[in-house]
Design a protein around this ligand. Sequence first.
Ligand code: NAI
Ligand code: MG
Length: 355
Amino acid sequence: MATNKMNIAVIPGDGIGKEVVPEGIRVLNAAAVKYGLDFNFDTFDFASCDYYQKHGQMMPDDWKDQIGGHDAIFFGAVGWPDTVPDHVSLWGSLLQFRREFDQYVSLRPAKLMPGVTSPLAGRGPGDIDMMIVRENTEGEYSSIGGRMYPGTDREIVMQETVMSRVGVDRILRYAFDLARKRGGKLTSATKSNGISITMPYWDERVLEMQKSYPDVTVDKYHIDILAAMFVLHPDRFDVVVGSNLFGDILSDLGPACTGTIGIAPSGNINPEHKFPSLFEPVHGSAPDIAGKGIANPIGQIWSGAMMLEHLGHPEAAQGIMAAIETVLTDPALRTGDLGGTADTVTCGKAIAAAV
Ligand code: NAI
Ligand code: MG
């Protein structure tokens, strides 16, 4: 049940995370006024490299107790490779959230927006509008396997794909539900011609799930031609679902077809709301521009809209999206990565005002 009162754990993290998160909150507060919502924001300094430098770890031992009871996590970006190696900062924070909070859906919209030039010729605003749904907990990214006879001529390495009925069905159910809410069209990524055990199983579960969604049209493509189709005919897709590996690739390729990393959002979602879901921009901490106040805040702001959608406030989410689209049409309100002249705060304030 959606309630108007929401408890949000805010984690700015590192670099431009600390600059774009306040703009995300500014816009959420504007939406709260407009749509009668009531946010309580609790800000945490952990899951950052500054925290690591002070405490020798990325998060306190009781991090799960501190944020596990919130309705969602609004996250900036983590990583400062000059002081903490990336694998330490990432594994010590984001990947912990994904696992411990069973965020088995990775959701990334790919939408071509006004004011953004697609790297694909001849595509304009609205021509590309899809959602990539990636399985986030099993599949090809398993730790089952090993290495034998290392360093010899007989060296053997092996890593097994794991697909469980529970794991496949729950991601498919999420994707079908999303397709039903949107255009009623779902594309499944497969490779059952080459990967002859797990991918036919994936296809089989798609067919089984389809029986419960007679109103959703389903097609499937092998991943190789699907990647080509994203570039040649992105307009043909709406909701696209893939295993961990295929979803990983498509969730970078899709947004890349729609322009810039500065505006791309993402959700790491536990659909049952058993644990908080996490919403963050796709980009990282951008050390090259951090501290200059020029980062594009739209990836963060759009992530806030996805968070509202997840928490049962689609109208407020659409309000934020409409405000982003309005602001993007004005070069004086766009940041430099989009050829505009605005700084981070100017862009954030303009979107809040448009809401
Ligand atoms: P990055 O996304 O931080 O930056 C890549 C390029 O895009 C840079 O030139 C940057 O200036 C530009 N850029 C990124 N966001 C922008 C924005 N909002 N506005 C304007 N320009 C923007 O990726 P990079 O440089 O590979 O990684 C930097 C750090 O971020 C590393 O420590 C990495 O591990 C971490 N990282 C964290 C992520 C996360 O928190 N989910 C995701 C990706 C990287
Ligand atoms: Mg990736």
